[in-house]
Ligand binder design. Structure first.
Ligand code: CA
Length: 227
């Protein structure tokens, strides 16, 4: 477990999908349908467990497990294109209930805010700004474009600490996925898992989460009490 003194916290690092956006149900549905289109069974629960991996890595994992071989470039591209177009066809994600309130409380407290996401969506900043106006500029987002190794590697979170200019012990991470929790814990940051999806609490606790909350509203209450 990572020790933390909440009165000394200077920055809150937020994951995006499943934390700020309620986008995981659509991601899971798109993965399930994309794999089904090539005759492979892939459950929404598996999609939640794998959240945070790149699309290519998710597909590789399935091919290795089922067929004992790597997926070819064209197989990966075909499947990932199907997944992406299905996801887009489901429409824009909605804001996670309680996320706007949590960002407002964090800002009121004078704490720094950074988004740390594996997403490589080019319109990311526009989307963030549309849903949560005034919180995100290019300096406080770490995305797939900024790192060599994605979650569960600690690199994205280490880069966020550097960008925010705070040591690990003065930051907390808000994550909803086991691989994201692993990445944050490996970066030495106190990690609050918010179970906004269909995973069992144990999935997040076994990944190393230091604390578990049921939703983003509880996060607001908690941050409000920091002094
Ligand atoms: Ca997430």
């Amino acid at each position: 477990m990572i020790e933390v003194d909440f009165s000394k916290i200077k920055a809150v690092l937020f994951d995006m999908d499943g934390v700020l956006f309620d986008s995981m149900p659509n991601h899971a549905k798109a993965w399930e349908a994309a794999f089904a289109s090539v005759g492979i069974e892939f459950s929404p629960y598996e999609a939640y467990l794998q959240e945070g991996r790149t699309g290519a890595s998710t597909i590789q994992g399935v091919y290795r497990r089922l067929f004992g071989r790597d997926a070819g470039e064209s197989e990966i591209k075909k499947l990932y294109d199907i997944k992406t177009s299905l996801f887009e066809s489901y429409g824009e994600p909605v804001a996670m209930p309680g996320a706007a309130e949590a960002l407002a409380v964090v800002k009121q407290k004078g704490l720094k805010i950074c988004i740390v996401t594996g997403s490589g969506q080019t319109s990311l900043l526009d989307t963030l700004d549309k849903y949560f106006p005034g919180y995100f500029a290019s300096g406080n987002v770490v995305s797939a474009f900024d790192v060599k190794r994605g979650k569960p590697d600690p690199e994205p979170y280490l880069m966020a600490l550097q960008k925010m200019d705070v040591p690990a012990k003065e930051a907390v991470v808000i994550e909803n996925a086991p691989l994201g929790v692993q990445a944050a814990v490996a970066a030495g940051i106190f990690t609050i898992a918010v179970n906004t999806g269909i995973l069992k609490d144990e999935d997040l606790l076994q990944a190393g989460a230091d604390m578990l909350l049921p939703d983003m509203f509880r996060l607001s209450e908690m941050v409000r009490a920091w002094s």
